[in-house]
Design a protein around this ligand. Structure first.
Ligand SMILES: Cc1cc2cn([C@H]3C[C@H](O)[C@@H](CO)O3)c(=O)nc2[nH]1
Length: 224
């Protein structure tokens, strides 16, 4: 059958520090039948043609950050452009946080040389010119670094064992500048800020506060 034209659904990206509770958030919204949930393709980063790029990056960030982030950009582009039958698409992170948070962090730590950043940035500009990569809403799971650090230690993901607290602290500041103070990089859609420090036992109420906006259920503004 002819490939249907790409009709971009109402696209929501879920952003936040490592350990900010994105998976818990996505699981909560997965139960709605009109929402397509697209989790971070971490298994692809762990197995790119047999190579665990995530592990390589954490083991030797100077050597592998460019390789890792260029593959992240490709896999996130794939997530953005995947056709979905759902009217609402919920994505875990995006090409925007890839560039504005993680590549930003690697640039500040000089883990990626300027020519490498220039190449990533050219790809990013080309990719984001395409409106199929547009987003309609950003959910910012706002946390404090201490809370996410404690969660990461408990989660104990093998590749993350070597990360120092300072990494999460500066990644937190980058997210704050981007999505809360809005002083860092372009913000591609309106932002809803959730208090994601809340414990799993009560955070459902926090989600429910914004459910209508997230599910695009708000009454359509009458066009006068
Ligand atoms: C878009 C994007 C997600 C992402 C995650 N990560 C890392 C942070 C976590 O340890 C792990 C899974 O999110 O990958 C990264 O280094 N660069 C990234 N870029």
């Amino acid at each position: 059958s002819a490939k249907t034209d790409f009709i971009r659904p109402f696209t929501v990206i879920v952003e936040g520090n490592v350990g900010s509770g994105k998976t818990t958030f996505l699981n909560h919204f997965n139960k709605y039948d009109n929402v397509g949930v697209y989790t971070e393709p971490i298994e692809m980063w762990r197995n790119c043609n047999g190579y665990n790029l995530l592990e390589l990056m954490y083991k030797d960030p100077k050597k592998w950050s460019f390789t890792f982030q260029s593959y992240v950009q490709l896999t996130m582009l794939r997530q953005h452009t995947r056709l979905t039958k759902y009217p609402v698409k919920l994505m875990e992170r995006s090409v925007y946080s890839a560039r504005y948070c993680f590549v930003e962090k690697m640039e500040r730590d000089q883990l990626m040389a300027a020519p490498a950043i220039a190449v990533i940035d050219e790809w990013f500009k080309f990719i984001t010119e395409n409106e199929n990569v547009g987003v309609d809403l950003i959910v910012y799971l706002r946390t404090s670094p201490e809370v996410v650090y404690d969660r990461i230690l408990k989660r104990n993901r093998s590749e993350e064992r070597t990360i120092a607290f300072d990494y999460f602290k500066s990644l937190h500041e980058i997210h704050e500048d981007w999505l809360y103070h809005k002083t860092l990089h372009k913000v591609p859609a309106p932002v809803i800020v959730l208090n994601a420090d809340l414990d799993q036992s009560v955070i459902g109420e926090e989600y429910e506060k914004y459910e209508e906006q997230i599910l695009n259920k708000l009454p359509v503004q009458a066009h006068v």
